[in-house]
Design a protein around this ligand. Structure first.
Ligand code: ADP
Length: 426
């Protein structure tokens, strides 16, 4: 571009030089006019030259443009394909393997180092895979084929096969196996959750509908039963309310909408506050509660969420206790802070312990309902403990009592001002 304008610049420069010479040898007004015009022309040329200077960015861009394309060698291609999370399998028209990546090899053969040139029938007995590839080499695309592996590491894949066409002729098929194991597990959890929620809501609702109909059809004038029916209706409505609150709370935690703002919290006064709110229930059940937390104990937690976790555990320890029993809240410190809630209640049979923190899991469903439970309390505690970077565990002896323990990490300098999102995987 600059080159093509060279004659223009030369001519203009010559003109400016001529004017300068003329100014040198002339006198009076003409001299000044010539000098001014020549200066203007020189300024104009300098201005144009300045604008033509490429900026650093321009030159970098132009350098990039001329840079040679990256060397995408067959080795690089093989690495890329092997690192894919999806399985990739290419077969020829005779159903022999032309190419595959690591995931596909692992899926079809755990033992052989290479499956190239092997017939698909030698590698799998799974009719879903075979049929999908057969359709592929016959020119039909297949999608959404479910492929499952069995054994301890059960996996589920979603297979898509498309015909390989060269100049209009089908010369094989390429299949991609998408690993949907986690998605499927989440879908099962979601369906179970929905069915549990419907079931939990249906029971009190049925009772409310039945009793209000009974009242409507005459029982309202029955002085012996009308108040009793009303109070059952109220109890069931309260239960539904509590259930919906817990469901919303759990969903918010799981969706990461609950922010955990940990700070140093003095534990003893916090436990004292909780005992104040539970005192009436404990007295009614003849259960005594002991706050054994040392006065100086501090933990690093979100105070509101810590209160929620401990209220749940202490409330359970009171509810599932026996007449005249005790509940003790303790604190100890090792590499993590440990808060324990121990009761002298009925205990939990060992085969229930593994599933105790699952949503809606209850040792005695009817008893839990009678006590106004939703079956979500421990699931909420588990999620909140995890979102603090800690965990909750349980130990129990059937007939002797139960001990829940919340472990929380100690603060480090870097963590002190940190805010955690409460989202954790189920
Ligand atoms: P719920 O609303 O039923 O209390 P939770 O999730 O809090 O739901 O508890 C689940 C179940 O765990 C309870 O129904 C009960 O069977 C059992 N459980 C919890 N805490 C105790 C405890 N301290 N002693 C005995 N069983 C307990």
């Amino acid at each position: 571009m600059v080159k093509s304008r060279l004659p223009f610049f030369l001519t203009t420069a010559a003109f400016a030089a001529a004017l300068s010479l003329f100014a040198l040898f002339s006198s009076g007004r003409a001299r000044w006019i010539a000098l001014s015009v020549s200066l203007l022309v020189i300024g104009f040329i300098l201005g144009l030259l300045w604008r033509r200077q490429p900026s650093r960015l321009d030159s970098r861009i132009s350098d990039d443009k001329v840079a040679p394309p990256p060397d995408f060698s067959p080795e690089l291609l093989a690495t890329t394909i092997n690192e894919m999370r999806e399985g990739l399998l290419v077969i020829d028209a005779d159903m022999r393997v032309l190419a595959s990546n690591r995931v596909a090899q692992h899926l079809l053969s755990n033992v052989e180092p290479s499956i190239t040139s092997r017939r698909l029938t030698e590698l799998t007995r799974n009719p879903a895979i075979y049929d999908a590839f057969l359709d592929g080499v016959r020119g039909t695309e297949r999608a959404g084929v479910k492929v499952e592996t069995f054994g301890p590491d059960r996996r589920v894949f979603d297979l898509r096969v498309v015909p390989l066409r060269a100049q209009g002729v089908v010369s094989g098929a390429v299949g991609v196996f998408f690993d949907v194991t986690r998605l499927e597990r989440l879908e099962i959890i979601r369906q179970e959750f929905l069915s549990n929620v419907s079931h939990e809501l249906r029971t009190p609702l049925t009772s409310i509908v039945a009793l209000s109909e009974t009242l409507e059809f005459g029982a309202i004038d029955d002085p012996e039963n009308n108040r009793r029916f009303l109070s059952i209706i109220q109890k069931n409505a309260t239960r539904m309310h509590r259930l919906i609150d817990d469901i919303l709370e759990l969903s918010a935690i799981e969706a990461g909408n609950v922010k955990i703002r940990p700070e140093l919290v003095r534990l003893r006064p916090l436990v004292e506050d909780i005992l104040g709110t539970l005192a009436a229930t404990a007295t009614a059940r003849n259960v005594s509660i002991r706050n054994l937390v040392p006065a100086e104990a501090e933990v690093f937690a979100d105070p509101h969420r810590l209160m929620q976790m401990l209220t749940n555990l202490i409330d359970n320890a009171v509810k599932f206790n026996r007449d005249g029993g005790t509940v003790s809240i303790g604190f100890s410190r090792s590499d993590r802070d440990q808060i324990s809630v121990e009761d002298t209640g009925e205990g939990i049979p060992s085969h229930h312990l593994d599933r105790l923190f699952e949503r809606f899991y209850r040792v005695d469903r009817a008893r839990s309902r009678d006590l106004g439970g939703t079956g979500l309390g421990l699931a909420i505690v588990k999620h909140l403990a995890k979102s603090h970077g800690g965990e909750v565990s349980v130990a129990s002896r059937f007939g002797e009592g139960t001990k829940f323990k919340i472990e929380l990490p100690r603060p480090t300098g870097a963590r002190d001002n940190r805010e955690f999102s409460a989202a954790v995987h189920a």
